[in-house]
Design a protein around this ligand. Structure first.
Ligand SMILES: [Zn+2]
Ligand SMILES: [Zn+2]
Length: 386
């Protein structure tokens, strides 16, 4: 009796977690007008706006094409007609399918769970939406964003961050008819991950998200390398968030993106500063161009000129906003540290911490101050109206 109750409890728990489904606009903006759908694992039932159409397995393929504001479906030996909307629903857990676009021609992509095909109301092409369990999606994002090399403990951390981001931004593409796109605009997502370790990390952290002291999902920002010190959120995006505070980070100092250089002609650099109000001719002496940014500073200051480092980074397309300016003959050399905006988690530092033996919980608290990990069920409980 007790055993049965526990099994029932477990089933309820699993159902609650796996019920979290997201709609991801895939191959977004590719303007697809024709593609092939074929099941890879499990059977798929095809529904249209007119009801159930057919069932297909991995021996069958369907071609969908856009014409005259309708979606035409055909198999190798049958025309099914034209529809407004098509759903491919997997019959079981672990369903995967393959997509090959014909117009425009594209490479084969593998996705998990379900697919919804509609017509983009404004641009008139096929809109593909992967209707997918959030943990499957999170695993795909982790592999797309960070590759397959980092240690498992890091995969777990990145899975929690990607899940938190997805749920916090769930309405980002509401007007397009889905939740998030598959580009870096939201989170890079290239479909089913190849790594079993990443899959296991997403499942091991299933349902876990990061919240602030008011139990709101945090803005879980990350970037490649902070160069030794992370940034306060207000230095980059104006808005202060208490958990996105500058921390000294020695873990990333010897990693791939720790340092960079950029050489610019002295003339170009002078003209740039003159545009910002530096008096003409004041840079002729070499000492007028030298600048050392010992720790992360907000403004480059030279005589009467004050330019935010984040602005210089944008104007010159620099890897980071942390750099020294060193005169070198007719040039100035920008010697920089880190890669990315510097707010929140430093990926290369976090990977080094994971390789050194820190748990994903330790790493999370190192980069995000005073945040909490919470299960979605608990979040729903705290956010419920009583
Ligand atoms: Zn997007
Ligand atoms: Zn760092």
């Amino acid at each position: 009796m007790v055993r049965n109750f526990l099994i029932l409890l477990c089933v309820c728990f699993i159902n609650t977690i796996s019920a979290e489904i997201v709609n991801i606009g895939v191959l977004h903006k590719k303007k697809i007008t024709s593609f092939i759908f074929s099941p890879q694992a499990g059977n798929y039932t095809v529904y249209t706006n007119k009801g159930k159409l057919t069932e297909i397995d991995n021996t069958e393929i369907l071609e969908l094409s856009y014409r005259n504001n309708l979606i035409y479906i055909k198999s190798l030996d049958k025309d099914y007609g034209a529809f407004k909307k098509v759903h491919f629903i997997g019959s079981s857990v672990g369903n995967t399918f393959k997509i090959k676009t014909n117009h425009p021609a594209g490479s084969i992509k593998n996705y998990e769970d379900n697919l919804i095909v509609t017509i983009h109301t404004y641009y008139r092409y096929l809109q593909l939406v992967n209707n997918i369990d959030i943990d499957n999606y999170v695993a795909g994002v982790v592999e797309s964003e960070v590759g397959r090399r980092p240690p498992v403990e890091y995969f777990k951390l990145q899975a929690i961050i990607c899940r938190t981001y997805a749920l916090k931004n769930i309405d980002k593409h509401k007007d397009d008819g889905f939740s998030l796109c598959d580009k870096v605009h939201c989170q890079a997502y290239h479909g089913k991950p190849k790594s079993d370790l990443i899959k296991e990390a997403a499942i091991a952290t299933s349902g876990v998200v990061i919240v602030d002291s008011d139990i709101n999902l945090i803005t879980a920002t990350f970037y490649s390398n902070c160069g030794g010190q992370t940034a306060n959120s207000e230095e980059v995006w104006k808005r202060p968030l208490y958990y996105l505070k500058a921390v000294k980070d020695t873990f990333c100092l010897n990693e791939n993106n720790a340092v960079w250089t950029k050489k610019i002609s002295k003339e170009e650099w002078s003209e740039y500063l003159i545009d910002y109000g530096l008096p003409k001719g004041s840079l002729e002496a070499e000492c007028g161009t030298e600048y050392f940014q010992n720790c992360r500073e907000q403004y480059y200051e030279n005589q009467n000129v004050q330019i935010p480092f984040v602005t210089i980074r944008k104007d010159w397309n620099l890897k980071s906003a942390v750099f020294d300016v060193i005169p070198d003959g007719n040039y100035v050399v920008l010697k920089g540290r880190g890669f990315g905006h510097g707010v929140g988690l430093c990926q290369e530092g976090a990977m080094k911490m994971a390789r050194t033996g820190y748990s994903y919980i330790d790493i999370l608290h190192f980069y995000y101050e005073d945040v909490h990990m919470i299960n979605l069920e608990s979040l729903a409980f705290f956010k419920a109206d009583f």
